[in-house]
Design a binder for this molecule. Structure first.
Ligand code: ZN
Length: 458
């Protein structure tokens, strides 16, 4: 009889701090020991493979209604988290969007009811504070109760009429969050300016998808990032900037951090790998997302930012729609925005980041697993240490996979990475000690995942 329920033996443990060969012993749902010659009731040989902390995706939109409910993103909490598990992601954070007249706590309970019992991996939720709640003292008074309920991160939009906050609202909400220790996570684009540019384009008869990128230029994203940073400084609030897409926006973040401001920033695989030229192809509308895809020079700036620690995390902003839904609108302004990507993030970053020479193995794990867990307050995730949740990935670095809609488990029916050849893919994914994906076969179950209450953000 061994000392552990399960031992992952002979693997190369890769953490944000170090790379070394060791066995990992698991008791129940937790990592119990890391060492040599551990004996378990069951042993999984990880020889020749990396043993990673389960990847953490802090930005996903599952079964999300958009365009007033006309479309709903095509992965639900079951299919989306199963796809995540296949790719080695063992925790996701989705969003609550309270409706007008609905309290933030009611909205949280309703969203949890949609996810609980369906998620295959652990999940958390960010609370959105939309325009209609930003001026309501009773909504802002709910912030402490939400933080106590394990929702310490708050999504604020500067784009999208209806959702977006004006400067005064942003200041008020940031100040309220700062006073209670909440972390604002902000979509930085200048919504009113984009709306005007879009209206101008349509008035000139420009309806093609490429005008999506032309009417959301890098300069307006950078302006919104800079403004959010300045207003956050006035409100003495930290800031987490989601989906940074371009060099100009990154420059504002670097400058603010140099001034000593507490700012954290995320980018996404699509901004590291795809360019706005894809919008010019037949069916280019499928690549519409916001911020839009940019230029190759921006990709290089983002890789550099990740390598230097100027960007802390890579999340997917997974928000899939089918090709039929994408193609339905009469012009680019009517296309539901967002791309699928929840499954391949970890492997994409291994192939293009590590093998591409941009990231060390440890930095890869840091941006995909450890930093997102730390910033989001997932204290039991993102580490391989005794007492942490046994969320682990056995990752085969030489397994080659060609991405295609047919082999991925996402439900959109297409992938922006079709035909891309990846080096490295998970052989096994464990969630709290349970093997949930083994050699490409899902062995877990919807409902295994728990809501994770998060505290101590950043
Ligand atoms: Zn998003």
């Amino acid at each position: 009889m061994g000392d552990y329920d399960l031992v992952i033996a002979n693997g190369t443990v890769v953490t944000a701090e170090a790379v070394y060969i060791a066995d990992v012993g698991i008791v129940g749902e937790e990592i119990a020991a890391i060492g040599q010659g551990l004996r378990g009731r069951r042993t999984l040989d990880a020889g020749g493979c990396y043993v990673l902390p389960g990847a953490v995706d802090v930005h996903v939109h599952l079964q999300m209604p958009v365009s007033g409910g006309r479309y709903v993103s095509s992965d639900d909490f079951a299919s989306g988290t199963i796809a995540a598990a296949h790719g080695g992601t063992t925790t996701v954070i989705d969003f609550v969007e309270p409706q007008p007249g609905q309290s933030l706590r009611e909205a949280l309970a309703a969203r949890r009811a949609e996810a609980d019992g369906k998620v295959a991996v652990d999940y958390g939720l960010h609370m959105t504070i939309p325009t209609w709640h930003a001026d309501e003292p009773q909504a802002l008074a709910e912030i402490p109760a939400l933080i106590e309920a394990g929702v310490p991160t708050f999504k604020l939009y500067l784009a999208y009429a209806g959702l977006r906050l004006d400067d005064a609202q942003l200041y008020t909400v940031l100040k309220a969050l700062a006073s209670h220790g909440g972390l604002p996570i902000v979509h930085c684009e200048n919504g009113p300016l984009c709306d005007r540019l879009r209206a101008e384009a349509l008035a000139e008869g420009h309806t093609a998808p490429r005008h999506h990128a032309l009417t959301r230029p890098p300069r307006q994203e950078a302006e919104a990032v800079g403004r959010a940073l300045d207003i956050a400084a006035l409100a003495a609030a930290p800031l987490y900037v989601v989906h940074v897409s371009c060099a100009e926006a990154l420059e504002r973040i670097v400058a603010a951090r140099r001034r000593g401001q507490p700012v954290f920033a995320e980018t996404c695989p699509q901004y590291l790998t795809l360019t706005a030229e894809m919008l010019e192809r037949t069916g280019g509308e499928r690549y519409i997302c916001a911020p839009p895809l940019r230029r190759e020079a921006d990709q290089m700036a983002l890789w550099g930012g990740l390598a230097r620690g100027e960007l802390q995390t890579v999340a997917t902003d997974h928000c899939p729609f089918t090709l039929a839904e994408k193609a339905e609108g009469a012009d680019f302004t009517q296309v539901p925005g967002g791309l699928p990507g929840i499954e391949a993030r970890l492997s994409l970053l291994h192939t293009l980041g590590v093998r591409g020479g941009h990231l060390s193995l440890s930095r890869w794990v840091e941006v995909c697993c450890t930093a997102p867990a730390r910033l989001a307050g997932l204290s039991r995730k993102g580490h391989i240490i005794p007492g942490a949740d046994a969320d682990l990935v056995i990752f085969d670095p030489v397994r080659q996979v060609t991405l295609s809609a047919d082999s991925l488990h996402e439900r959109a029916g297409w992938t922006p990475y079709e035909g891309l050849r990846l080096h490295g893919w998970p052989r096994l994914t464990l969630s709290r000690g349970e093997v949930i994906v083994e050699e490409g076969r899902f062995t877990g179950q919807p409902g295994h995942g728990h809501f994770v209450a998060r505290f101590d953000v950043t």
